[in-house]
Design a binder for this molecule. Structure first.
Ligand code: SF4
Ligand code: SF4
Ligand code: SF4
Ligand code: FES
Length: 312
């Protein structure tokens, strides 16, 4: 653990964590736009800037990329920080005047309007890179990327064509702070051609990356629940029970852990693909795995890895 001072408060943080994580663990709010705790920090938006005193020098740094170190003195809301943050918001407002989250930040920080000029109207992407990082780091599909330079920089599919490697998982749309990634799940759609109109079953389209895929229907309730290529990719990656690929989340059987059988070895935790399990540390052998139901997707991978048969 390292000890630092944030806004005059002594804060203990895990070694290797960032100043932002240290502040959040102490309940101190710092605004962010390009940060997500499941992804590598990137330092793109600069909204999370703070004042840091280290070795008697004071600098302005982005808290999501600056490591929490022993003895740091951090101010998250000094006049210099607020001025810098206002400038960041003004730039964002000039680029994306119609984005709700930017408008809300402008209101919160008293930025009435932006004096800066931007040559495009209706820009909704702030180039935070969350979508690209989610697709690379979590989904491991690497289907989209940054393209272009300066004012023409954007996130796009390769060669602005249909993103071949996209599996339509929707993670990019989920993390995008501005809502510019258009993911539509359609119950029914119709394709019109000179040969007539053909009805198609449920499908997901992601307009930005020009992809559309059939949605798999749940074997129990019949509701569409995931794009077929997404399930095919997961099937190659996980040692899950067939129910995971055939049933929607509402119809799956969720796991139960028999505390008497659990050895506390942590094998289930190491193999859970979404980090839904945690060991409840009771000291000695008195440990058992606890399931965080919010994150569990009932894939039953953990069941396969439990040496004691404690998971069913
Ligand atoms: S929907 Fe496509 S582009 Fe978006 S994260 Fe999933 S694979 Fe990547
Ligand atoms: S599309 Fe959304 S997530 Fe991707 S860079 Fe732009 S604002 Fe960020
Ligand atoms: S069933 Fe839940 S806890 Fe077990 S591996 Fe799958 S997601 Fe993780
Ligand atoms: S949240 Fe830290 S730079 Fe964007």
């Amino acid at each position: 653990m390292v000890t630092l001072k944030i806004n005059g408060k002594t804060v203990k943080a895990k070694e290797g964590s960032s100043v932002l994580e240290a502040a959040r663990s102490a309940g101190i709010k710092i605004p962010t736009l390009c940060y997500n705790d499941a992804l590598e920090s990137y330092g793109a938006c600069r909204l999370c800037i703070v004042e840091i005193e280290k070795n008697k020098r004071t600098t302005i740094e982005s808290s999501c990329t600056f490591p929490a170190e022993e003895g740091l003195i951090v101010k998250t809301d000094s006049p210099r920080v607020i001025e810098g943050r206002k400038l960041v918001i003004e730039l964002l407002l000039a680029r994306c005047p119609n984005v709700k989250v930017i408008q809300e930040l402008a209101q919160e920080y008293g930025v009435a309007d932006s004096s800066m000029e931007w040559n495009k109207e209706n820009e909704y992407c702030i180039l935070c890179g969350l979508c690209v990082r989610a697709c690379n780091e979590v989904v491991q599909a690497s289907a989209i990327q940054f393209a272009g330079k300066s004012a023409d920089r954007l996130v796009d599919s390769p060669f602005h064509r249909s993103a071949e490697d996209c599996i339509a998982c929707g993670s990019c749309a989920y993390v995008c702070p501005t809502g510019i990634i258009k993911k539509n799940d359609l119950e029914k759609s119709a394709v019109c051609s000179p040969d007539g109109t053909k009805e198609e079953g449920p499908k997901r389209e992601i307009l930005n990356w020009q992809v559309e895929y059939e949605l798999k229907m749940c074997n129990t309730c019949g509701n569409p629940f995931a794009p077929v290529p997404h399930l095919q990719k997961l099937e190659k990656q996980f040692h899950s029970l067939p129910q995971f690929f055939n049933l929607c989340p509402s119809c799956r059987d969720y796991i139960e852990i028999d505390e008497d059988k659990c050895l506390g070895c942590g094998s289930c935790m190491e193999n859970c693909p979404v980090g839904a399990l945690e060991l409840d540390d009771r000291g000695g052998y008195e440990k058992y795995a606890k399931v965080y139901v919010n994150n569990c997707m009932a894939c039953h991978t953990c069941e396969r890895y439990c040496p004691a048969g404690a998971i069913s």
